[in-house]
Design a binder for this molecule. Sequence first.
Ligand SMILES: COc1ccc(Cn2ccc3ccc(-c4cc(N)[nH]n4)cc32)cc1
Length: 245
Amino acid sequence: MRLDIVTIFPEYFAPLDVSLLGKARRRGDVDMHVHDLRDWAHDRHRTVDDTPYGGGPGMVMKPEPWGEALDTVVPPPSRARLVVPTPSGRPFTQELATEYAAEPWLVFACGRYEGIDARVIEDARERMPVDEVSIGDYVLAGGEVAVLVIVEAVTRLLPGVLGNAESVSDDSFAPGRMEALLEGPVYTKPATWRGRDVPEVLMSGNHAAIARWRRDQALGRTAERRPELIARNRLDEADRRALTE
Ligand SMILES: COc1ccc(Cn2ccc3ccc(-c4cc(N)[nH]n4)cc32)cc1
């Protein structure tokens, strides 16, 4: 997978060189390039923003540098999928992460100030798919942190990026049954810590009982913290019993 990121803060993406993504890059599974938008701002001050038409607070990112940057990063007729984080975007979900993980080339446009001149996205849509996405209902100062979130959620799904110890599939349940439940509690050694024991069932070696316990924990936690997700799951009789207990 090729990833290109255009930003006025390239240093934001240094963390992507560590941990698993760093290994994936060194293995060649992920080919990532970070570009400084100011390379396409040709005035003496390398200006990338200006006052908003119609008035209002703050500044807006000028279209010219973005137009040139995207023309250079994605020269026509090549096609990439452009992802533009914004507070007003469609929600970024695990489903969208899975869709992105199947894309050969993703380009991320990191806005700042009050956003990017709307014509930049209109112009880009003429030659590539463009998604405006939100990573949550809170307002960041720019798109960089959102891109870090999206890149991590997507690249962890790529084959070979996670080590053997980590897995994206929860193999204790058939795929599709667990997908919309919150993860339950996890434990590791020691068996007793500050007087607290690991639940006995997890030491029993009884895989059916362990799977049942884990699903019950996931159901309970989901019902308590995100009840709206319960309806997305196909519940069997044992599930319904667990929810009523
Ligand atoms: C009120 O309108 C505003 C518009 C933009 C901003 C700051 N800003 C500039 C670019 C940019 C890109 C993404 C995001 C973002 C994404 C999510 N989920 N929260 N915040 C924020 C961004 C503040 C306010």
